[in-house]
Structure formats: C-alpha cells, structure tokens
Design a protein around this ligand. Structure first.
Ligand code: C2O
Ligand code: CU
Length: 692
C-alpha cells in the first residue's frame, strides 16, 4: 500500500470488468498478490518465451474494451512499445511507484500512433499498469523476466519534516497574496507558488468564537492572475464578506477587507475547523492549485474546557495533491484563459484535475516526530478533486471528535475516514506504548460503496509519524460526550430539492446542471426568508460522485438515503458526499444575513464548470425585501433547454471575467482528466511552459 499503488483496488477493478461485460483475464498466479514493492516471481512460461521486444495494443473503444494485450512479457532490458488504434489518447502507466512517488513507467500514447514506452531496466517481476484516463477498465500486467538487479518499486523515503504553517491570532490581519518559493519536494528546486504571506498552506488563523476578525487580503500576484476572491469555508457571515465567485473581487494590486464576526444569532459561533481559499469564477481550480488555501480554526470556551490534546499536540493537517515538472514546478493543467470544456475528455462529467503526488501541509512525504501522547489532527482535504479514504498503517483506528463545523455529540471510532475535497475531520490518535514505531497516514481505495461509478480514492502513503519521544505524562483524554448539535426542529416538509446532473451530448457538448439548469450567476433559484428553518434535499442524479457544499449556514444532516445518518454525520456539516443516486436531507436555520449565497460541488473542476447554483436570503416581509439579483440578459442566452445553454454560459462567463472571446468548442487543456471509478490516481500533467 506504500507509495501510491493500487493493489487494494484489484478486486473492485475485476468486478468492474465483469460488470462491463469485458472478459476478465484468467487470474494469473503472479497477479494474485499485487504488492508494489515486491516484484512477484516470474512464471516459467514467461521465462521460456520472454521476447526482447513487445507491444501493448490499445484497440478502438479502449475506454470500454480495455487493452487488447492484457498481459505482456518482456525480457529485462527489452524494448516495450504501445500501439494505439483508438481515436483518443490513452496512457500506459505503472501502478507501482519509485521513491519519488511517481509511477515506474508512464507514457502518453496519442491516437493512431505507436510510441516507445521507456521502462528502463526493471527488476524481473510483475508490474500492473493502467491507463491514466480510464483506470477502471484499462488495466494490464507486464512481466519482466531474466537478467538480474534492476529498478524495483519503493515507498517514499519521508525525508523532510512536516511543516506547520505560521499561526496568526490577531483580530486585524493583513495577508499579502504573493508569489513565493516553497520547499514542497525534498530535493532540487523549490516550487514557485501563489501563497498567502509566503506560506503554502497559508498561515493558520486561530481565533476565539464571537470575536470579530478582519482580514485584509492584498492581491500582489502578477496581473495575469486576474482578480481573486477569498472564501472562509464553513463560516457564517454576510454575503458581501463571503468571497463569492463574481462579486466583491480583489483586483490585481488592490486589497479587500473581509469581516468575520464569528457570531451566529448574536451568540459566539461554535468552535470549528474551517479553511479559506480562493473562489474566483472559473478559476478556483487554478488558484487553489497554485496555492491559495489555508486553515482557520475557531475555538470556544466549551471546547477549551475539554481535555482533548492541545497546543503542540493539536496539529492542523491539510492534505492535497499536485503534479510537478522535472524542475519541481507545478504543472499547468488549466486552459490559458478560462473556458468550459464542452467536448472531449475534459468535458463534464469527465472533468478533473488530480495531482500525481500527495502533500501534507504542502510537503511531499513528510515525517513528524511525535511523543507517546495523544494527538489531535485537524484533517482538511485541500485537494482540487481527489478524495481520500484515510487509514493508519498499523490498522489502528482514528477517534473522530469533530467535523469541520465543530465537535460531534460523541466520539466515533473509525477504521477509515473518507474525505472529499473541502471535507474535514477532527480526529485523535494515540501513540502511547508505540515508542520507536513508525506509523503512516495513508489513503486506501475506498470500499464503502457498491456503485462502480462512485469516485475512487488513491492508495498512497502520505506522511509518517515517528514516535520518537517518551512522554511521561499525558493529561489529555477523550471525553465520552463532546457537544450536542444545537437544537433545531427540522420541518418535515422539504422546502427545496437540489438535483445535480449533467446534460448535453456529443454534438452540443455537455454541461453540469442543478435542477436541470446550467449555472447562471444572475439567477437565484430559491428565496429563503431570514429567520426561517428549512429542510433541503440534495440528490445526485449524475453518473459520478459529488461533494456538495452549502455556504452560509452550518447544517444538520437529517438523513442519508432515507436512513439516519452515520454517527460521524451527526454534528454540523457544510459539505456532503453524494455518490451517484444518493440523497441527503439537511436542515438549517437562516440567521443574521440577507443576500445571495452559493450551493455547489467542491470538486473544483465541477465548480469551475458551473456545478453551482444560488439562493438568496431575504427579509420575510415583502415590503422590506432586499433588492433582488438582477436577471438581465441571461434568460435569452440560456434559453429554456440545456442544449442551448453552453454557448450562453461561455459568453457569460467570459464577459464576467472580462476575458477574451471564448469559442464554443474550446481547446482541450493540457491536463490529465480522470474517469469516475472505484480506483483512482491521476494527475494533471504535461506542463505548459507559461510564466505565472
Ligand atoms: Cu470551499 Cu464555495 O467553497
Ligand atoms: Cu462534483
């Protein structure tokens, strides 16, 4: 499971193959055990026949047919090629990785072409491979035989210490947003990133609940970055301070002060593990990828009174994925100017930007020296698109004490924790009696769904805890009860159902829809009276998982798929997993602020491609209703059918960004896009040499 392999996904992949009606390979003995680090012994047959050159054949419709050659034998040091008879690009990518976390071999195979797959001198053994774009169906096995020595898969070395971003605690903060060089990878050049105050992740802001906090963000990025907007995710504040995609922007060279009272209904908010990030229309993916994300912790008296681990035993931990060029720079998987991809492999629902390497607090494969003590970890998934199913390498459970929106009523013991983009978990792990042990924080392929179309999670070792110090006393413990969710009587009547789907086809291009409509920043889909309590239904009708986020309020999860929510969803939430077909019912009371707020998918490619909608909190009496959002030219552009919509979206978005005219069929970004499926691992790659 070390080093970014997929072996735990072998079973689900086989099921998918069977489900897709593709004849599964007779299981070769060498494929029974998929360990990335011990090359399996080669077969006698392979020894007898291993040729000095071999080809991997990609047939027409490989996306559904898989590789034509599922098993390829090659003598050590031999020449491997790939022949693509298909009309779209595929790859030949090793499951197993080297110590740098990158696949042992990884070659793009353009349509209708033959290319060399440089495998170098691999140690003899069995190597599973997949297509980066279509990992569910396109899998195969390369058997290397003969010779001696050679390159073997290895786990990452955990060579650099975990870095904790600087902590800011003042009521008035000024944070420059600027280019800085960050030591992300352990060797070679530093990485040029867009940062908050020179740090990736941005400084951790720690504030007491109920104490007004003003943060002035100064946009010092190169003008080509355009305007920015900053969203404090999970917090309750006014619409003007919400960092929305198209309003109240921070232009190049300008600053904007955001005011967060950290109160709700006149009372202090509850302690919470929030985070902040850019939210610019159609550019959130790029801006976050470049580094614009950080953590924001709110504490309160109740939480402080509990004996949970504190101080240096309370660690904010942001997990993200990124892909780097050979000289350690971030690849640019995003279009040169913002567009919606309406056709091709990057169009919805196949739009995704996934990093090939996994970072903890912005560092690749870091270690943290810890004591024999309990630790509290504030896990934040700060990835653009990648969900993780977190586990600890020695099989020990996490004890989850909170969500991103505060403490759970009771601690929940969890063997694994699935977190999609923007989701958080507040967990305690216990290193007592573990002196000198090394324990890894990993992600495993998720196994909690029967839907073959649900998004998968990578198998990767992310960071290492080295239990290096004996701590004689540990006053912390985990109380049996933590904090009940605030009282709320959820109306049984559903005020609003939000259905997430995809529309269009090959000729029109595809686009995301909410209740059948593409995103329109000038349209409000629901007016919510201030002071009301509402129950909403979130339903995923699309063929891929989404992680749906609602701004402004912290929500009670009333039910998940008609049943009581799991124990870890009984606190407050702002972002929910919705696998294909899933329905989640949520309830909240709308307090304090009128104005427009967002509901959207937090997989940033989906968000940037318009899987968003808006609601508006209004004064309850008609006479004092707040000014409605202007509904100007959009109805004409968007029409009433989704088919007519995409051109309108493009024109509108381009106008909103003040950008260049956008052609209807945009060029594909130089990126890697990933199909939904139970196994994942992907990267935005093929860097474009373009100055930031
Ligand atoms: Cu974390 Cu609307 O976003
Ligand atoms: Cu989504």
């Amino acid at each position: 499971m070390l080093g970014g392999s997929w072996q735990r996904g072998a079973l689900s992949a086989a099921l998918v193959l069977a489900a897709a009606g593709v004849a599964s390979l007779p299981a070769p003995s060498t494929a029974a055990v998929r360990s990335p680090h011990t090359a399996a012994p080669h077969t006698v047959a392979a020894l007898a026949t291993a040729p000095d050159s071999a080809s991997i054949v990609i047939p027409h419709n490989a996306r559904t047919q898989g590789y034509q050659t599922r098993r390829v034998s090659l003598a050590q040091g031999g020449t491997l090629s790939a022949v693509n008879f298909d009309t779209i690009e595929h790859t030949v990518t090793a499951d197993a990785t080297g110590s740098n976390g990158l696949p042992l071999f990884d070659t793009d195979v353009p349509p209708n072409s033959t290319v060399n797959v440089p495998v170098g001198k691999l140690a003899s053994g069995t190597y599973h491979f997949h297509c980066f774009f279509h990992p569910q169906v396109m899998t195969g096995t390369l058997v290397i035989s003969g010779g001696s020595g050679g390159v073997k898969p290895v786990p990452p070395k955990f060579e650099q210490p975990l870095v904790l971003p600087p902590v800011l605690t003042k009521a008035n903060l000024r944070i420059p947003i600027k280019v800085a060089n960050v030591r992300v990878l352990p060797h070679g050049a530093t990485t040029r990133m867009w940062t908050f105050a020179g740090s990736y992740p941005g400084p951790t802001i720690v504030r007491p609940a109920g104490k007004d906090t003003k943060i002035t963000f100064v946009n010092q990025l190169p003008s080509s970055a355009g305007s920015l907007t900053m969203h404090l995710h999970g917090d309750h504040h006014s619409s003007a301070n919400d960092g929305q995609p198209t309003t109240h922007l921070i232009p190049h060279g300008h600053s904007r002060t955001y005011d967060f009272p950290l109160t709700d209904g006149g009372k202090p908010e509850r302690a919470a593990s929030l985070w902040y990030h850019d939210h610019r229309m159609m550019r959130t993916g790029r801006d976050v990828w470049m580094g614009l994300e950080g953590m924001f912790l709110i504490h309160d008296a109740h939480e402080q009174s509990l004996p949970l681990p504190k101080g240096r035993f309370d660690i904010p931990l942001m997990i993200s994925s990124r892909t780097f060029t050979a000289d350690n720079q971030l690849t640019d998987p995003f279009p040169a100017h913002p567009t919606m991809q309406l056709t091709g492999p990057a169009a919805p629902p196949d739009d995704s930007t996934i990093g090939k390497q996994f970072l903890a607090n912005g560092r690749f494969a870091p270690f943290l020296r810890v004591s024999t003590h309990r630790y509290r970890l504030r896990l934040v998934n700060g990835s653009n698109f990648t969900p993780y199913d977190f586990v600890l390498s020695d099989g020990r459970p996490f004890v989850q004490v909170g969500t991103g929106n505060g403490l759970l009523p009771k601690p929940v013991v969890r063997q694994d924790i699935l977190l999609g983009p923007a989701q958080r978990a507040d967990v305690v792990i216990d290193f007592h009696r573990e002196l000198n042990k090394r324990i890894l924080l990993e992600s495993q392929p998720r196994n909690d769904t029967t839907s073959s179309r649900a998004i998968g999670t990578p198998s990767v070792a992310i960071m290492q805890f080295r239990v290096a110090y004996n701590s004689t006393k540990d006053a912390s413990r985990i109380p049996a009860t933590l904090q009940a969710a605030p009282k709320l009587v959820a109306p049984t009547k559903i005020t609003k159902t939000w259905t997430f789907d995809v529309a269009g086809d090959k000729t029109t291009g595809s686009n995301w829809t909410v209740n059948g409509k593409p995103f329109d920043p000038n349209r409000v889909d629901l007016k919510v009276p201030l002071g009301s309590t509402q129950t909403w239904k979130l339903h995923n009708a699309s063929p891929i998982t989404h992680f749906i986020h609602i701004h402004e309020e912290q929500w009670h999860t009333v039910s998940r798929d008609g049943k009581a929510p799991p124990a870890w969803e009984r606190g407050l939430e702002d972002t929910w997993k919705l696998d294909p077909g899933e329905t989640v019912t949520v309830a909240a009371r709308f307090t304090d602020h009128t104005g427009v707020f967002m509901i959207h998918c937090h997989m940033l490619d989906h968000e940037d491609h318009g899987l968003m909608a808006q609601f508006q909190v209004v004064r309850p009496s008609r006479s004092s209703a707040s000014r409605p959002v202007p509904a100007t030219f959009l109805p004409a552009l968007f029409g009433t059918t989704s088919r007519g919509a995409p051109a309108g979206i493009l024109a509108t978005m381009s106008a909103l960004l003040g950008g260049p005219t956008v052609h209807r069929v945009a060029p594909l970004p130089k990126s890697r896009r990933w199909m939904c499926g139970p196994r994942t691992k992907h990267a935005a790659r093929r860097p474009v040499a373009r100055p930031i």
